[in-house]
Ligand binder design. Structure first.
Ligand SMILES: Nc1nc2c(c(=O)[nH]1)N[C@H]1C(S)=C(S)[C@@H](COP(=O)(O)O)O[C@H]1N2
Ligand SMILES: [Mo]
Length: 164
């Protein structure tokens, strides 16, 4: 007699759990575009397409903020390029939703394998919490990253990577 009730409760609980893991933006919303040196769109990624790629986790924090060190998971920029059969360019301009930008040279991809992160400590990032996407370097693995140069390349609210 209790079984339908228990099943009902389990369904309710699992849908709540699923909701808790829902991103604060649509999964099929374009989050990131790759553009070529002439501004032509080479590829566009949504959360769904990013999550379909192998993930990489790094530990670090948003520099110069009170944001404590955290686990960031997302997709390696190397993997992102490879998924589109794009050779790593000499440099790329990482652009944020606020139009902030900085250059990420190919040597960073080779030396540090930075990620385009969509989760911080397991949680999706809201736009007002540096999200939806953040370029994150593996700060805890490479102490030399704790330098202005890399802080400025830690572009939050990432929206575009321009290959140059
Ligand atoms: N989208 C975006 N990313 C950004 C910035 C920014 O203004 N916008 N500032 C950069 C700089 S210079 C630093 S030191 C860190 C921390 O920036 P904040 O101190 O302005 O929060 O984020 C970097 N990423
Ligand atoms: Mo900075």
């Amino acid at each position: 007699m209790l079984r339908p009730l228990i099943v009902g409760i389990l369904i309710a609980i699992s849908s709540l759990a699923a909701q808790a893991d829902e991103p604060p933006y649509p999964r099929d919303m374009p989050l990131l575009t790759l553009v070529d040196p002439h501004g032509r769109v080479l590829a566009s990624f949504t959360l769904t397409s990013l999550e379909a790629l192998p993930s990489r986790e790094v530990t670090g924090s948003i520099p110069d903020t009170s944001d404590p060190e955290a686990r960031w998971s997302g997709v390696s920029i190397n993997v992102l390029l490879r998924s589109q059969s794009i050779a790593a360019p000499g440099r790329m301009l990482a652009v944020g939703l606020d139009d902030y930008s900085d250059i990420i040279p190919r040597s960073d991809l080779e030396n540090y394998d930075p990620v385009v992160a969509y989760r911080r400590n397991g949680h999706y990032l809201a736009v007002d919490r540096y999200g939806p996407l953040v370029v994150m370097y593996p700060y805890s693995d490479y102490p030399e990253l704790h330098e202005r140069t890399y802080y400025s390349r830690t572009v939050w609210q990432l929206s575009e990577l321009q290959l140059q």
